[in-house]
Design a protein around this ligand. Structure first.
Ligand code: ADP
Ligand code: MG
Length: 720
């Protein structure tokens, strides 16, 4: 293999690496060159100058460092080394499965060492498996010593080791550890990589922007992100690297958006049209201010002559369906067809049913097309789409099958976009028979902050319905554990006696998970025992049922023939049963916040007081408890979404899981670095306002950086 130059040098040529470890690093961390290694940042730092006392070690602690003396060493069954150590506060067992012989030689009773590892609970005690081992410093003062340097104005002695007390901790895997690439080895590698590579690293931010936004030079940032001189240097390094990443991300997105807005021809829709007006005039309620504002924004897009690419965000129950209907009618009023696509069959049916009453006064023909449409129906719908007699079509993926031909598709409304893949959307796009692509409105109930939305959803414009229709009663949310089940059932009986209906939802995290189905089935059986037919009627819905069965049960509940609906989170999206006043969520600790919020949104739609009961086990992790407490404390979707992101990071955000981010972020977090994100966006915006195509001389560096693979945005927002 060629050695490569500078940053392109293969890491196998770094001291202590070699072909075997290089291959391992490549496979496990996708790091092959020095340049790539330098951009692998620690995900946290440990302060090597501080120790945890054994008596205070807890299994929920992350990595800890103890300083302790070896008391006893046993080789067990010739393959496991058990080492008991003590630091005066208590004793702890350290376990080694590898390098047993070597550790046995090294860890002699009576000697003192520094051990660094992850405490775990084992047989009711705390142990550490494969901790890193360092000789204890003889000065009895600080760890990892050597040459102690002066730090701070007070002249306090600090632990040394490249002059730093903080050591970077890098992502690791089991294979890396067993392959000998320990944390210590990684630190050594980084040091070598910095020495070899840094001279070749070119500054990637223009000087004027660095000055304006107070960014430290890249060299300083790279050195301090790996080996922080002190807290302040680390903060500066992190800020600089995060800013750079978010800045180029925004620059790339905004540039794309700018180019599109100039080039993408859209179908001009200058009229609102007769159908819109008739529907509007016969609405049973006035639109909320937010609905009106959003429709105005949509109107503006559709008549502009450019293609609309808009994200409509609104909490559950905020009235997005109404907006969708009116938007579809604008398309119809301009001689085009509109389609409304839903992620599931149940949702499509629900939508279809809901919009009938609004369409009735307009005389516009609508139809439903899903996977379970009968062949004869299907043929009729295909015909109507082809000859243009169907104005609005509601459906699932069935809509994008090859044999579906539109006469003149002018608008695609996509509900809950995250369940739709890029590929599917691009298929829909190809259905456009006009010279121009259809307008696109994506609707989502996942409330996320605006800048974040713009980033997550690429170059979409964003509209927000931030107001619920009047008269909505708050939903009282209660946390309960198993002991309260009899009380819960009593309460359910009371509610049913009052004529209300009840959802009972089981988690189905994994569609194929047998256990999940078992708990659903056991739960359903229990309910049916405690709420026996014919006094009570229970319907059960889950993903393994045939579509017909699912529909039958769903309809029974929707029509009020069943009192209780036991379901998996299938019902999460869309179901509208205003008479349902209680939502019981079983094993609520297994749901994410936004999912819980979506589920809760299924009740409180009618005029009756509603309740959400979160059933959990007794023992809850800190995070689960926090989630449950938040749910009980607030109904504000934005607040919950923000907390959700803080806790889990946007990579796990429901709705973004499948689509992922438009680029992979190395250090910045869209959830946690909102302020930097905003600043970076303003900065990118300012640059582009002056020079939208980045052609001026002073922007050459930006152009060059943008061309890097990393900033090539996977554009999944636009259907192209
Ligand atoms: P979303 O899709 O945003 O969750 P929906 O469109 O299903 O919300 O609306 C929820 C309920 O509120 C529906 O029953 C709908 O008819 C009703 N609704 C919508 N807009 C209004 C309004 N402006 N005033 C009163 N009720 C409304
Ligand atoms: Mg909806």
């Amino acid at each position: 293999m060629a050695q490569g130059n500078g940053l392109d040098m293969d890491i196998q040529f770094l001291p202590g690496v070699g072909p075997k470890r290089a291959a391992l690093l490549k496979k496990e961390l996708a790091v092959g060159t020095i340049g790539e290694l330098l951009r692998l940042y620690p995900f946290r730092y440990i302060d090597k100058s501080s120790f945890v006392r054994i008596a205070e070690a807890r299994p929920d602690m992350a990595y800890i460092q103890i300083r302790a003396m070896v008391m006893r060493v046993d080789v067990i069954e010739k393959k496991r080394l058990s080492v008991w150590v003590s630091d005066g506060s208590g004793e702890m067992e350290l376990v080694f499965f590898k390098g047993v012989k070597w550790m046995y030689e090294k860890l002699k009773p009576g000697l003192e060492f520094i051990f660094f590892g992850k405490p775990a609970a084992f047989n009711g005690r705390i142990n550490m498996v494969h901790p890193e081992v360092d000789a204890a410093p003889t000065d009895g003062n600080a760890a990892g010593a050597g040459t102690a340097g002066m730090a701070g104005a007070g002249g306090r002695m600090a632990a040394a080791g490249a002059g730093a007390t903080m050591t970077g901790v890098y992502t690791s895997t089991e294979k890396l550890k067993t392959g000998g690439v320990t944390g210590k080895v990684m630190n050594k590698l980084m040091e070598a990589a910095l020495n070899k590579g840094l001279p070749f690293v070119e500054e990637s931010m223009p000087e004027d922007l660095m000055r304006q936004y107070g960014l430290v030079p890249l060299h300083f940032a790279l050195r301090n992100i790996h080996f922080p001189k002190d807290m302040i240097s680390l903060e500066k390094a992190r800020y600089r690297l995060k800013f750079e990443e978010l800045f180029y991300l925004q620059l790339s997105l905004l540039k794309q958006k700018y180019i599109r807005s100039r080039s993408e021809q859209g179908i001009p829709m200058p009229r609102v049209g007769e159908a819109f007006n008739r529907c509007y005039e016969s609405l049973p309620f006035p639109l909320t201010g937010a609905q009106k504002r959003v429709i105005t924004e949509i109107r503006g897009d559709m008549k502009s002559g450019r293609q609309m690419n808009r994200l409509l965000q609104g909490d559950v129950g905020s009235g997005k369906t109404m907006v969708a209907v009116l938007t579809a009618l604008i398309a119809v009023g301009n001689g085009c067809q509109a389609c409304i696509m839903a992620p599931t069959e149940v949702l499509a049916q629900q939508h279809y049913k809901n919009i009938q009453k609004f369409l009735a006064p307009t005389g516009v023909r609508s139809a439903l097309l899903t996977g379970s449409s009968k062949t004869s129906e299907r043929r009729e719908v295909h015909q109507g789409l082809e000859d243009g007699s169907i104005g609005i079509i509601v459906g699932t993926h069935a809509l994008i099958e090859d044999n579906v031909v539109f006469r003149n598709l002018g608008l695609a409304i996509i509900d809950e976009q995250h369940r739709f893949g890029v590929e599917q959307r691009s298929k829909l796009w190809k259905k456009a028979s006009y010279g121009a692509p259809p307008h696109v409105l994506v609707m989502t109930a996942t409330p996320i902050p605006r800048t974040l939305a713009m980033t997550l959803y690429g170059d979409l414009d964003v509209s927000v319905i931030d107001e619920l229709p009047p008269g909505r009663k708050p939903v009282q949310t209660i946390h309960a554990t198993e002991g309260k089940r009899p009380a819960l059932y009593r309460f359910m009986r009371e509610q049913i006696a009052l004529g209300r209906q009840i959802f009972v939802v089981y988690p189905l995290i994994n569609e194929t998970e047998k256990l999940d189905y078992q708990s659903l089935e056991a739960g359903a059986e229990d309910i049916m025992n405690k709420f026996p037919y014919p006094d009570y009627t229970t319907a059960v819905v889950h993903g393994k049922q045939l579509n017909d069965v699912k529909k039958f049960n769903m309809d029974a509940f929707a029509a009020g023939r069943a009192d209780i609906l036991v379901a998996t989170s299938v019902i999460e999206v869309g179901v509208d049963v205003p008479n349902a006043s209680v939502m019981v969520i079983e094993s609520a600790e297994r749901f994410g916040l936004s999912q819980l919020h979506q589920l809760r949104g299924r009740v409180g739609r009618g005029s009756e007081k509603s309740y959400c009961v979160l059933m959990t086990g007794h023992k809850l992790s800190k995070e689960s408890r926090h989630r449950i407490e938040l749910m009980c404390a607030t109904e504000n979707g934005f607040e919950l979404a923000e907390e959700d992101m803080k806790m889990r990071g946007p990579g796990d955000l429901e709705g973004t899981q499948q689509s992922g981010l438009p680029i992979s972020l190395n250090i910045a977090s869209l959830a946690k670095d909102g302020i930097i994100l905003n600043t970076a966006r303003e900065c990118a915006d300012a640059v582009l306002r002056e020079d939208p195509t980045l052609t001026s001389d002073r922007n050459q560096l930006l152009r060059k950086e943008l061309r890097k693979e990393k900033y090539q945005i996977k554009d999944y927002s636009k259907i192209s």
